[in-house]
Design a binder for this molecule. Structure first.
Ligand code: NI
Length: 245
């Protein structure tokens, strides 16, 4: 059940029976030579939309631009500054809270967002704490790629060639969502180098094709189908645990 494809009376009816919502959050950034720029947003929204349909959970519009300054050396990458993303999250959460949503579950697809989303949660809860009142909101950040079933399947499918950026798992999942965009490709070297990164210039100098530690030549629509099922099951299990407190 997608908020953007619902009418306001449908949302009002939903709120009469539920106070939870899933908010996919990602990034718009390069994902190597054959990965889609929208990968980190497509993955969580693909899982959230499927889980939402299966279990009747409302899914908010995807927050598809995140903190990705280190990818700006590659065309197409967009970033918000951390302070901007915190402001966006505060306003989105306040809007949802105004209507009666209380249990806000953010499904994230981008490691670079984590610190900023957690800072935003501290900012939001802090307003209540400083005023001496209890926060009526429950906020959770979950990373789809760290789900129990997803992690086990990524290890089974790709082992140590999964890497950390432009991974075969995330690229497979986007190809399952958009099979017409699948671009199988051979890489040399097959597995990209690994290492730390600082700013955008440093990133492109160290990792010229954009990958880090990964072998996206292993990506496939078939692997994406299995990761999709694993990710939806992880999400439904974790969301139910979140609601149960
Ligand atoms: Ni990614």
């Amino acid at each position: 059940m997608r908020l953007s494809l619902s009418t306001w009376p449908q949302v009002e009816a939903y709120l009469a029976r539920a106070t939870g919502v899933i908010v996919p959050i990602g990034s718009t950034e390069q994902h190597g030579p054959n990965g889609l720029v929208g990968t980190d947003a497509i993955c969580p929204e693909h899982l959230a939309w499927s889980a939402g349909e299966r279990a009747g959970i409302l899914v908010a519009p995807t927050l598809s631009i995140g903190v990705a300054q280190h990818h700006l050396g590659f065309p197409g990458s967009l970033t918000l500054r951390p302070t901007t993303l915190i402001a966006v999250l505060e306003d989105v959460v306040a809007s949802l809270a105004r209507h009666g949503f209380r249990d806000l579950y953010f499904l994230n697809g981008h490691g670079g967002n984590v610190a900023t989303v957690q800072a935003a949660f501290a900012q939001i809860h802090g307003r209540y704490s400083l005023a001496g009142t209890a926060s009526p909101l429950r906020l959770r950040l979950a990373n789809w790629y760290l789900g129990r079933r997803v992690q086990a399947l990524s290890r089974e499918l790709f082992g140590d060639r999964e890497g950390s950026h432009a991974t075969p798992s995330e690229i497979s999942l986007t190809w399952h969502a958009h099979p017409d965009r699948a671009q199988p490709m051979a890489f040399d070297p097959e597995v990209a180098p690994t290492g730390a990164i600082a700013d955008a210039a440093d990133y492109r100098a160290r990792f010229p094709d954009g990958r880090i530690g990964s072998a996206p030549g292993l990506a496939s629509v078939a692997a994406g189908a299995r990761l999709h099922e694993a990710g939806v099951e992880d999400l439904l299990e974790d969301y139910a645990a979140f609601l149960a407190g």
